[in-house]
Design a protein around this ligand. Structure first.
Ligand code: ADP
Ligand code: ZN
Length: 622
């Protein structure tokens, strides 16, 4: 399609942001907003949502308002924009009185292209912000993390509910709501609550092809966090644990092993948490060990792994949390180890929460879906995408199942033995005790309950305790039994178990149940475009220069240049300002600010003999 309308947007993309083309739906979204329409944007993390409102804010007359839930997120976005030479500012409680006065001054003088604010700052009458903005020309209103408006979601923010008034306050201003997580129900809720009925919808695919998904069974091969991290020294990552205590213990263990690891949980003071976030965001290769309280508001593109030491609460939460890895598009890992005990604990948390019954029912169903996903025997990515309503037939080749397919076998008899044992013991016991009975162990509990006399006593000596645990997990994951949290994790049968017990249905179980053969640990995939040994000195020198500049500017290193841009410097060795401007991620402002410094570094390292000459066609990003 030929249209001049988007020419200025493309020019801005190139000259300000240093990118050669729009990605995915960006162009269509920008077009809709430039034409004055509303939009609902669903794009996976790292998809490039910010440009969708930044570019039209700069092109339309007036200032673009960005409503964002977290202060840290705003500050970093604004810092990054300023590095690009964009007139951006934020208003929030972290600013001093004088700083606020300055921001309001430049707003009144119409000097700003973008203004970031928290919803409460915008809506609270006494701040006078809304009244002031109503007198100004507003380019557009962007509502970021729009799923915060959903009361069923895990990030609900009551202040977001007030944002519906913006439709009436700014009837002629285009509004755009953006989010990375929203199933169909949440989408509807966003549209209804933000009064976006007329909004054009832009739903992008959920796939994050550069993230490798791996799920390990606790106690089984490859389930050790330290072994996982041992191959990833110097990489930034997030390690999630369910409890504060475990967060503290894990962080300590990692620190002792020499990792730059720090704990983060709700028990720390606000100042401590903030310090931890900043260290993570600004640092190089920092690991944060956190309860799920950590993550939203983290906008760090070079997070190389997200490790779950415990099961998250739902597929949605898992997708959101793992989505924080690899926003820069480089290879990243989503690694999880889980066991049946996790399911018991999470069930208990749901049951004991003071949510209403309806809410609890939804939470339980979501947890079940995640457990089932953990135990699947086909491509994880395909199943994850299917959960979000995206069909994909082919196996991805970048998940644990594709890389090392588990074999399955007829586990009907094992499952029958296990389920009968649960029935014979009155469906009042957890997996550990059932396994003791099956394996004929003479424990106190067995004696106390007289379980030696059961017909299922000692009929399971053919499998090890660990293999029985795998059976237990899978009968739960497959929906034959459920964890009864009220009875301390007792396993109770579901109606689906009946045909299985009657022998009318067979069941396939994962091979690990039968023989715990040693599994190959897939090798970490090398970075897409690796630095060769000969290029290593230049690469290090570029990183050092970047670190020094970042330090001086008090911004994270990637705000100066992303790793991918430095890598292109190494590969292409630009020798002039014009050649540098061609490199992905170099715009006019950055060229002026840093070009000379990096050209000098590159000039100091002549190419090792085997580097190919720079052909102009190769200057485009691959
Ligand atoms: P999101 O908010 O959707 O998670 P961001 O807006 O932070 O994603 O963008 C993710 C990364 O992708 C950023 O580093 C951004 O600079 C980069 N990016 C966005 N759009 C483009 C593009 N058209 N070309 C190249 N890189 C882009
Ligand atoms: Zn796969």
């Amino acid at each position: 399609m030929i249209d001049g309308e988007l020419a200025p947007a493309r020019e801005l993309l190139r000259s300000v942001f240093g990118y050669s083309s729009f990605r995915g739906a960006q162009e269509e979204i920008i077009r809709a907003l430039l034409q004055g329409g509303d939009a609902l944007v669903l794009m996976p993390t790292g998809g490039g949502k910010s440009l969708c409102y930044q570019v039209p804010s700069m092109l339309r007359p007036g200032v673009g308002l960005v409503v964002s839930p977290l202060i840290a997120l705003m500050e970093d976005q604004v810092a990054a924009l300023r590095e690009h030479g964009v007139a951006a500012a934020f208003l929030n409680s972290s600013l001093s009185h004088e700083e606020q006065r300055q921001v309001l001054g430049s707003l009144r003088r119409q000097e700003l292209d973008l203004l970031y604010l928290a919803p409460e700052r915008l809506l609270r009458e006494e701040t006078g912000t809304l009244a002031l903005l109503k007198e100004m020309e507003i380019a557009l209103i962007a509502i970021d993390e729009a799923h915060c408006v959903s009361q069923w979601g895990h990030d609900f923010r009551p202040e977001y509910l007030g944002l519906d008034r913006l439709k009436d306050d700014f009837p002629d201003t285009p509004r755009v709501a953006l989010t990375a997580t929203a199933d169909e129900a949440t989408r509807k809720e966003i549209v209804a609550r933000l009064k976006l009925d007329g909004a054009k919808r832009f739903i992008s695919g959920f796939d994050r092809p550069n993230i490798r998904y791996t799920v390990r069974m606790k106690g089984g091969p490859g389930a050790d966090l330290m072994a996982f991290l041992g191959q990833r020294e110097g990489q930034a990552g997030i390690v999630y644990c369910l409890s504060r205590r475990k967060v503290e213990a894990t962080a300590q263990k990692l620190a002792q092993a020499g990792f730059d690891a720090h704990p983060y949980h709700a028990g720390l003071s606000a100042a401590e948490r903030r310090r931890c976030q900043t260290r993570f965001q600004r640092g190089d290769g920092v690991i944060v060990v956190a309860t799920i309280a950590f993550g939203m508001g983290i906008d760090k593109p070079d997070v190389r792994f997200v490790a779950h030491c415990d099961l998250p609460k739902s597929v949605e939460a898992y997708y959101q949390e793992t989505g924080r890895a690899g926003r820069d598009g480089e290879p990243a890992e989503a690694w999880m180890s889980y066991g049946l005990q996790d399911v018991v604990r999470l069930r208990r948390m749901v049951d004991e929460s003071d949510a209403d019954e309806e809410h609890k029912r939804i939470q339980r169903a979501r947890l079940n879906a995640l457990v089932a996903w953990c135990e699947i025997t086909r491509c994880r990515r395909a199943a994850l995408l299917a959960y979000f309503g995206e069909d994909r037939e082919d196996a991805c080749g970048n998940c644990d199942i594709c890389l090392d397919p588990p074999e399955t076998f007829d586990g009907t008899v094992a499952a029958q033995k296990f389920l009968s044992c649960a029935v014979r013991t009155g469906q009042r016991f957890g997996a550990a005790h059932l396994i003791d009975v099956l394996r004929g162990k003479d424990t106190d509990k067995v004696r106390r309950h007289g379980h030696r006399n059961l017909s299922t006593w000692d009929i399971g000596g053919d499998l090890s305790a660990r293999q029985w645990q795998a059976v237990a997990r899978q009968v739960v994951a497959l929906g034959f039994a459920r964890v009864d949290a009220e009875r301390h994790g007792a396993l109770a049968l579901t109606p689906e178990a009946r045909p299985l017990l009657r022998g009318e249905q067979a069941v396939q179980l994962r091979e690990e149940v039968r023989a715990a053969k040693p599994r190959r640990e897939p090798k970490p995939r090398p970075a897409l475009r690796e630095i060769s040994a000969g290029d290593e000195p230049l690469w290090e020198a570029l990183r050092q220069r970047r670190a020094a500049l970042a330090d001086a500017a008090k911004v994270p290193p990637y705000v100066i240049f992303h790793d991918s841009t430095l890598r292109e410097f190494v590969r292409l060795r630009p020798a002039s300002a014009a050649a540098m401007l061609e490199v992905h991620g170099v715009g006019q402002a950055k060229l002026e600010r840093y070009g000379a410094e990096f050209l000098a570094v590159i000039a100091a390292f002549p190419a090792p003999g085997n580097s190919p000459p720079i052909a102009p066609s190769r200057l485009l990003p691959s």
